[in-house]
Design a protein around this ligand. Structure first.
Ligand SMILES: C[S@@+](CC[C@H](N)C(=O)[O-])C[C@H]1O[C@@H](n2cnc3c(N)ncnc32)[C@H](O)[C@@H]1O
Length: 219
């Protein structure tokens, strides 16, 4: 599994655009739903905040929203923190390095974009989802995007072709193929729904984004 440290962190912003078809659209569609639903005083929890993409975009949409940025990679969170300072939004963001613990204020929405497929379904995925649930207000919504199990035999091949069209070189494609086969923990839709239910998310996940293996759900 990628470590998201050192050059994996510094090169993340340019690499991710070649690895996830529709990356920008996924973020845009997530943001518009938050814009349509959240009040001005909302607090948004971003799990696996990475280099800060979600928060930087959302902070522009509403200058009053507050954020918690959580990640298990200090290098990624350091990059995010520098960007928040550049954007003048550090005072609106609480940084949280490491496993998610109880937040001081329960969040009105949570984002977990392109994170859970790195977490094994051996109790670890459940722990992440339960921690998210514990940090949400009663009516809060979770936006979760993940690589899912392929639904056709040709989906992963098509995905690698899409990455090539996005500029991923030969070595990168081989690396990605290996990662897709061996380093991710994708769920099928049934297991995903079951896990959410086990973690206290009672309404079924609704699909709002689909780009080959990557699916985005509102829960
Ligand atoms: C592919 S990046 C996604 C970053 C950001 N959400 C985005 O859309 O650009 C995955 C991030 O999840 C983080 N991560 C991996 N496992 C995690 C976990 N169990 N809890 C929180 N963050 C985790 C990684 O360190 C990395 O920053």
């Amino acid at each position: 599994m990628p470590t998201f440290t050192q050059e994996q962190a510094t090169q993340y912003d340019s690499r991710i655009l070649r690895l996830v078809p529709g990356y920008e659209l996924l973020h845009q569609l997530t943001a518009t739903q938050l814009q349509a639903t959240l009040a001005d005083n909302a607090h948004i929890l971003v799990v696996g905040a990475g280099s800060g993409k979600e928060i930087i975009e959302l902070a522009k949409i509403n200058p009053r929203w507050q954020f918690t940025a959580q990640d298990t990679s200090r290098d990624m969170l350091d990059i995010a923190s520098s960007k928040f300072a550049e954007q003048g939004i550090s005072n609106r963001v609480t940084l949280h390095y490491g496993a998610l613990e109880k937040l001081k204020h329960k969040a009105d929405a949570a984002l977990c974009l392109l994170v859970l497929h790195f977490v094994e379904d051996n109790g670890d995925k459940k722990q992440v989802l339960k921690s998210i649930k514990n940090n949400l207000n009663k009516d809060a919504t979770l936006y979760l995007a993940d690589l899912m199990r392929p639904e056709t035999q040709f989906e992963r091949d098509a995905q690698l072709l899409a990455c090539a069209q996005l500029g991923l070189g030969e070595a990168g494609q081989q690396h990605m193929r290996n990662q897709l086969e061996n380093e991710f923990y994708p769920l099928d839709r049934m297991r995903f729904s079951e896990l959410l239910h086990e973690c206290g998310f009672s309404s079924p996940p609704k699909l709002y984004f689909k780009a080959l293996g990557f699916s985005g759900y509102v829960i």
